[in-house]
Design a protein around this ligand. Sequence first.
Ligand code: ASP
Length: 316
Amino acid sequence: MKRRDFIKTSAIGLAAPSAVFGKTKIKTNKNNPIILSTWDHGLPANEAGLISFQNGGNAMDAAEAGARIPEADITITTVGFGGLPDKQGNVTLDACVMDSTGNAGSVAFLQNIKHPVSVARKVMEETKHVMLVGEGARQFALSQGFEEMDLLTDESKAAWEKWKKKQREMTPHETHDTISVLAQDKNGDLAGACTTSGWAYKMHGRVGDCPIIGAGLFVDNEIGCAAATGLGEEVIKTTGSFLVVELMRQGYDPTAACEEALNRVIKRHNGNPDFQIAYIAIRKDGKIGSACIKWSFEYALARGGVNKLYKIKGLL
Ligand code: ASP
């Protein structure tokens, strides 16, 4: 019970749509849109999300618009175009989306397509499936009008060639920074998107947590949404984002839910993991939360006309 922090809602407040969670009810945050993203590239991502809201977009539109910004930015070497390649020099991308209806779409090990998050959305909206991988995902993207292009920039190629000389195994927190974007629109609906080039110089074929629904991202429109960044293998083993949302359902405060999900990982590693994982979460009432295992983590929060970066310290 230590970390539980039940929310007090007044009887008057319950006139608005509410969801039962824990032992109380939670009010829906309305007319106060929120965009919450990982890392400092979350700031421009949030800006794009806000523009989408201004143009009448819903939470899914805003999350996708946000995720597309770092995907297209060649200076960001952890996402999309310009992302660092695998051991063999191939840029392979993972992404997913989940909307307020509980629908989801995902692509993994996708090559030569600049906006995997938008392909993931097409998987969600245009197919009966949730996940497409590799060559099948690429062919599907082409059939949907996406253009093929070489995603390895001169800079990322040079970095890979330098790395190839020594082939030092990268520690998981080096050059790793997935963009996850969570959004709540004016109706209080929730959605999220997650996109990454994954672990730099990974094994060919490696897929991380980002495209795995429940690991890299989870949305439950009654309760809240959560997303991850960091060592994907460990997020997958603990179904991290689903766990954060389920803990919020049980009454955990969003930050406490993120912390408890990380505590499970810390315990598995005898209290001393040598890697980073961070979670971000939005609860249905608009309360946001975040936590990371060690060092520090930054998230970008856009709300009420302010888009700002916040730094938090690790649990260890
Ligand atoms: N979670 C991503 C992966 O494991 C990378 C990251 O966020 O740092 O592929």
